[in-house]
Design a protein around this ligand. Structure first.
Ligand SMILES: Cc1cc2nc3c(=O)[nH]c(=O)nc-3n(C[C@H](O)[C@H](O)[C@H](O)COP(=O)(O)O)c2cc1C
Length: 189
């Protein structure tokens, strides 16, 4: 599939088909794609825990989202990926401090985007989740102190086919936005 077509197909899904499992080999493929991302000094700080057991997904939903309404839809996901990062002292703390850039989060963002786009290419919908209770999740899964949970990614199959069509991004519209706001050649504009 042409890459622009793939990017156009991706959207945040918050309504998954209940009880439809994602085959393990596809989950492995998705994580493989995430690990092919570039990272500062090739530190590859990522580690992923894939939760695909329904009871665990429901448990995770309960402990991760205590605020009313927020991210409750995750209970319907077929899998929830916990994206962990281990900070490297030299690159993330020392170089990152002097450059004033969070290399760790840049690495993780690149890796998670690969993950999500590979899922899209396999016909699996997703939602990147940045609001959750890290402390509760770390405690429940006995995640060592040296790892930080940077995001969760809900994966599953869209329940409402119409949503898929409605959410297809209008490339013409995007082209206009890009031309006006995001890009300038050879000068800052
Ligand atoms: C770092 C990050 C954190 C996000 N956190 C959440 C979240 O906690 N809950 C949620 O429903 N969506 C979350 N999203 C999804 C965004 O709301 C969504 O990408 C945005 O509204 C654009 O919509 P689209 O993904 O359908 O193009 C997050 C996205 C990113 C990149």
């Amino acid at each position: 599939m042409d890459f622009l077509e793939l990017a156009k197909k991706r959207y945040s899904s918050r309504n998954f088909l209940e009880d439809k499992k994602i085959p393990k080999d596809l989950l492995e493929k998705i994580i493989l794609a995430s690990s092919l991302a570039p990272s500062a000094c090739h530190i590859t700080p990522w580690k992923y825990i894939v939760i695909d057991d329904k009871n665990l997904i429901i448990k995770l939903q309960k402990i991760a989202f205590k605020t009313p309404f927020i991210n409750k839809f995750t209970a319907s996901a077929s899998a929830i990926v916990i994206a962990l990062s281990k900070k490297n002292f030299l690159v993330h703390k020392f170089f990152g401090f002097f450059q004033d850039v969070n290399y760790n989060l840049l690495d993780m963002g690149a890796s998670i985007e690969n993950l999500i786009l590979e899922a899209t290419s396999l016909g699996i919908n997703s939602c990147w989740i940045g609001w959750f209770n890290e402390k509760n999740i770390k405690k429940f899964f006995s995640i060592p102190f040296s790892y930080k949970i940077v995001s969760l990614i809900a994966l599953g199959y869209e329940k409402n086919e119409e949503t898929k069509i409605n959410k297809l991004k209008d490339l013409e519209n995007y082209k206009n936005i890009v031309n006006k706001n995001i890009i300038s050649f050879n000068e800052f504009k």
